[in-house]
Design a protein around this ligand. Structure first.
Ligand code: ARG
Length: 276
């Protein structure tokens, strides 16, 4: 529980700016740039990107509130709005490509996308194949079970656990017991967190391990589910870019840090996370 508090603390602190509330209004207008609009801060006009003048982002829009599809099928969420703001700062137009989670990481690794943003946890394996900006959020792996279930933090390894394939939840849970996991036999990897949760509802698995904010959304949306007290692992989220592309990394990181400093970042987070 301590970790969870720390994470909530992190999410709720930061620059409290009143001006940003007005700046971020409600729904965003379409980000179609008018050719006449003069870019007042032509910061990185020379930046080389996958498509000239565009910032191409790969994501897996199945991870609310960081990324999900709205009713019209458009990707929205914290990551998407932060990316939009970063693109704007860099004088680029954001292009969002929605795909599987591991494919979204691969796309950035291979330079098919400029950035990957998908609530991506920074870990050693990923650091070996791609670069990351500074962290912008903390995630905590939690366990969802059915209300009244006998599953708890200590006996979890006796049951079947659902996760999203390719995520840290999957990686840790399927690790050997010596490494703190439950072994592959106890873990089923699904295409998305939503499908894993559906498997729990259907009784195909006994628990789901997933990041805390999506967990909260899924529990809210599915009566009869609850999150176990206690946390598993605390992680840092960051934006992934192709390894060695220092120019892009620095530009994106610089923009991200400006957004954190001027309160824009927190304003976006606050609109998606209600304190309840
Ligand atoms: N934080 C976890 C990871 O990096 C899960 C991220 C899943 N994100 C998504 N958009 N589906 O592995």
């Amino acid at each position: 529980m301590k970790n969870y508090k720390k994470m909530m603390g992190l999410a709720l602190t930061g620059v409290l700016s009143l001006s940003l509330l007005t700046a971020c209004g409600d729904k965003k207008a379409d980000p179609t740039p008018t050719p006449e609009v003069e870019n007042t801060t032509p910061v990185e006009t020379t930046l080389k990107t996958v498509q000239e003048g565009k910032l191409t982002l790969s994501t897996n829009a199945e991870f609310p509130p960081y990324e999900m599809l709205d009713d019209s099928g458009k990707p929205i969420g914290i990551d998407m709005e932060v990316a939009e703001a970063i693109a704007k700062k860099l004088g680029l137009e954001l292009v969002i490509n929605d795909m599987g989670f591991d494919v979204a990481l691969l796309a950035a690794q291979n330079g098919q996308s400029d950035i990957a943003m998908a609530g991506i946890t920074v870990n050693e394996d990923r650091l070996a194949v791609m670069d990351f900006t500074d962290s912008y959020a903390t995630g905590v792996q939690v366990v969802i079970v059915k209300e009244g279930s006998e599953v708890n933090m200590d006996n979890l390894g006796d049951y079947q656990i659902g996760t999203q394939l390719g995520t840290t939840g999957y990686i840790y849970a399927s690790d050997t017991p010596e490494n703190g996991g439950y072994g592959e036999d106890h873990v089923i990897g699904y295409e998305s967190g939503a499908v894993a949760v559906q498997a729990l509802v259907n009784g195909q698995v006994d628990a789901v391990i997933i990041d805390n904010l999506p967990a909260a959304e899924y529990v809210k949306a599915n009566p009869g589910l609850t999150t176990l007290e206690g946390t598993w692992v605390e992680e840092d989220y960051a934006i992934g870019v192709q390894k060695g592309n220092t120019e892009l990394l620095n530009a994106v990181n610089g923009a991200l840090n400006e957004l954190k400093a001027d309160g824009t970042f927190q304003g976006i987070v606050d609109r998606y996370i209600t304190a309840d």
